[in-house]
Write a protein of this length. Structure first.
Ligand code: CP
Ligand code: NVA
Length: 345
């Protein structure tokens, strides 16, 4: 399952089959269940000892990681910048509108430039197809820092938070209430399934999960002992859950649909009353930014069961682990080719 999925994105540089595959992280299922566990173990180790791995430092020299944003960000931007610095490297942050990608220059040509310049490419963008193209033409790892379809770095942080709370992810039930068609819902389905969780996705009509994602997640869950279910009623979804999660009802790029969405999601706010149906030790997660009184009540997100600040902190640890893991494999595949002309002495 996952090997085939991985192979989809795993080569880079326009499918040059003479080179070993470079690993990318474009969606949650680009890692196998065992690989995801390895990354989470490393994340926990790096949280305990933040400066213990410096693969991006070579004496005084630092490698650069491109961190490119086509959409705005707080957590992703700061966590990658701080995390890359802790790994001994430097982040080159590119804000929305600051680069030529996609409007003045193709993604293919951008990849060809960046792979000669940086050690990894972290990209927050709109369509997943752009990330797939970037990965196809890049011999350095490409990481999805949020697309319209997936937010896999966030889910690694969430899974680390669940592990910290319960000791393990396997067998725990996560109920996601809200826009079940968005990037967070899809990544919870895939990432949760990989981690052996029971994932329940609950959204109103018109905002239910992508059937293709559910099908893939259910196939993965069949291997890990987890499950993925689409549930129509919020009360049924949270009943007996260990984790209750939500996200904004209006994702980036959907601002024009704000009023129609506000009506559609009535009854899907996470309230204290809803939380009371979850297990007594259940915790609340939200990737943030949050809109209090809209998708979640203030007494839930600011209450004792909320773990949102740990979750936000865990972005840095999880992403550092992911970068270490990807860079190790990129090195093993000797991705860098020195194409400079020889200079005679
Ligand atoms: N959760 C998250 O990705 O936050 P930012 O949009 O602020 O990066
Ligand atoms: N679904 C939200 C997540 C923000 C981190 C969005 O895409 O805007």
């Amino acid at each position: 399952m996952t090997d085939a999925l991985t192979a989809d994105h795993a080569r880079g540089a326009g499918e040059d089959s003479s080179r070993p595959a470079v690993r990318h992280f474009l969606k949650d299922s680009d890692l196998s269940p065992a690989e995801q566990a390895e990354v989470l173990d490393l994340a926990a180790a790096l949280k305990a000892a933040p400066h213990s791995r410096t693969p991006l430092a070579h004496g005084d020299a630092r490698e650069t990681v491109a961190v490119i944003f086509d959409k705005t960000s707080t957590r992703t931007r700061f966590s990658f910048a701080a995390g890359i610095a802790e790994l001994g490297g430097q982040a080159l942050i590119v804000n929305p509108g600051e680069s030529q990608i996609g409007h003045k220059e193709s993604v293919e040509d951008t990849a060809r430039i960046l792979e000669r310049t940086v050690s990894a490419i972290v990209w927050r963008t709109f369509g997943q197809a752009g990330l797939e193209t970037m990965a196809r033409f890049s011999r350095v790892p490409v990481v999805n820092a949020l697309s319209d379809e997936f937010h896999p770095c966030q889910i690694l942080a969430d899974l680390l938070t669940v592990r910290e709370e319960f000791g393990t992810t396997a067998g725990r039930t996560l109920a996601y209430i809200g826009d079940a068609a968005n990037n967070m819902a899809s990544s919870y389905a895939l990432g949760g399934a990989l981690a052996g969780m029971h994932v329940r996705l609950c959204g109103p009509q018109g905002y239910r999960p992508d059937p293709a994602v559910v099908e893939e997640a259910q196939r993965i869950a069949g291997e890990t002992g987890g499950s993925v279910a689409v549930v129509d009623e919020p009360r049924e979804a949270v009943s007996g859950a260990d984790v209750v999660a939500t996200d904004t009802w209006v994702s980036m790029g959907q601002e024009g649909q704000k009023s129609e969405r506000a009506g559609a999601f009535e009854g899907f706010r996470v309230t204290e009353e809803l939380m009371a149906l979850a297990r007594p030790e259940a915790v609340f997660l939200h990737c943030l930014p949050a809109y209090r009184g809209v998708e979640v009540d203030a007494d839930v997100i600011d209450g004792s069961r909320s773990r949102v600040w740990d979750e936000a902190e865990n972005r840095r640890h999880a992403q550092k682990a992911l970068l270490v893991w990807l860079l190790q494999r990129a090195e093993a595949s000797s991705s860098f080719v020195d194409r400079r002309p020889e200079v005679s002495a």
